[in-house]
Design a protein around this ligand. Structure first.
Ligand SMILES: Cc1ncc(COP(=O)(O)O)c(C=O)c1O
Length: 393
């Protein structure tokens, strides 16, 4: 029986050929394929610099290291996101402040951000890591204006939004932020199996990201801090020499994954066209329903179409979300809830905080991500919608 996960990778013959060719070569990690992928990625998403890495969590951690995040930092993170968005800063000892989101889009809006800053003014927030949830972009211009006024550095977790665009900026949006991060997990827009990327427009941050990704190692003799160790008594450069200048990790993305990434990036427009067909069918089938509707779309931007969440008014129907998910599984339709708000997880519950997250809880109580992936046919989309509608009526 056919299976319908909420998302999955799309691998074709060319992807397989690219991987096999790279596997047959001499260099399978640490070669030049990563910089080729990075250059093509920068062009695609409108960034000056891109740094590939082992996954989207590593991308966020690299940003945290490159920006020297420490116990002096106070980082605002939306409560509706994947844990990695907050963990990356917490692991560098920053204080995390959670922010409510717009109840209709799940994004941090200007209203929620201003309120969060006001409520936490005494803590002096230093960073905002905003998330382009589901593939929909935050209002980057307005959010960045608030951040500039409040001297808060802005980072975008763009794990869901590689194919999104607004005003032709591309999805990097690093004119507005220090860095953006991406994930290439198989459920995302393109995949490298596991994989991630950080983009930035700032050369200084780029250099730090590279170093943090490579165990803090510097190999360029021009940048050595203790150059006398780099030469022999005749002044020849010691060819094995390198300097460990910072604390870093091995977060490299191997050449096989990068070859797959290059191949996937070539067909991103095709993948998005396929997603759009399913998207439009769902929009029509769910639009006129009483207790179920597609999530609100923001006008004048190209949606990244990573996830297709529907809002279901469970208070008005005779089936719980848990029952609905189980019944759909009987038809091999695998749905998911994105996300359990962070403030409900033991790691992030703050019993002392007086902050409430009413919008996020409303969003969480209704949302369900339904199958959306490029190899779905129109017939598949109608099948999924029909089963959902039948169970909800
Ligand atoms: C919003 C968000 N941030 C970060 C990540 C982490 O990415 P990865 O799974 O590649 O580590 C994910 C992945 O699910 C995500 O959805």
């Amino acid at each position: 029986m056919k299976s319908y996960p909420y998302s999955k990778q799309h691998i074709d013959k060319r992807d397989v050929e690219a991987v096999v060719e790279k596997l047959k070569g001499d260099i399978i990690t640490g070669g030049l394929t990563s910089s080729q992928f990075e250059n093509q990625f920068s062009k695609y998403c409108g960034a000056k610099y891109s740094v590939s890495c082992s996954n989207g969590t590593a991308a966020l951690h690299l940003v945290s290291m490159a920006l020297n995040i420490s116990e002096k930092d106070v980082v605002i993170v939306p409560t509706i996101t994947f844990a990695a968005t907050a963990h990356a800063f917490k692991i560098c000892n920053a204080k995390i402040i959670l922010c409510d989101v717009n109840p209709n889009t799940g994004l941090v809006g200007t209203k929620e951000l201003k309120e969060c800053i006001k409520n936490n003014n005494h803590l002096k927030p230093t960073i905002l890591c905003a998330v382009h949830l589901n593939g929909q972009l935050c209002d980057v211009e307005k959010i960045s204006k608030i951040c500039v006024e409040k001297k808060i550095k802005l980072i975008f977790d763009a794990s869901h939004a590689l194919a999104a665009n607004v005003n032709n900026y591309g999805s990097s949006l690093t004119d507005f932020a220090e860095c953006s991060t991406f994930s290439f997990h198989p459920v995302k827009t393109i995949t490298t199996i596991e994989g991630g990327m950080v983009t930035t427009n700032k050369r200084g941050i780029y250099d730090k990201l590279i170093k943090a990704r490579e165990n803090g190692i510097e190999r360029n003799s021009e940048n050595f801090i203790e150059p006398y160790n780099a030469v022999d008594i005749k002044g020849n450069i010691n060819p094995w020499y390198y300097e460990v200048q910072e604390v870093g990790l091995n977060y490299r993305l191997n050449d096989i994954s990068c070859a797959l990434g290059i191949s996937q990036l070539k067909k991103i427009y095709k993948l998005q066209r396929k997603r759009k067909i399913i998207w439009d069918i769902y929009d029509v089938l769910f639009s006129e329903q009483e207790n179920i509707k597609p999530i609100e779309k923001i006008e004048n931007q190209i949606h990244g179409m990573h996830l297709y969440p529907i809002f279901i008014n469970f208070e008005k129907i005779n089936i719980t979300r848990s029952e609905l998910i189980s019944k759909l599984r009987e038809h091999n339709i695998i749905t998911q809830v994105h996300y359990i708000p962070l403030h409900l997880h033991p790691q992030y519950i703050d019993k002392e905080s007086k902050q409430t997250f009413k919008n996020s809880e409303k969003y969480y109580s209704k949302c369900l991500s339904i199958p959306l992936f490029p190899s779905m046919s129109s017939k598949d989309a109608k099948y999924v919608a029909e089963k959902i509608l039948k169970l909800i009526r």
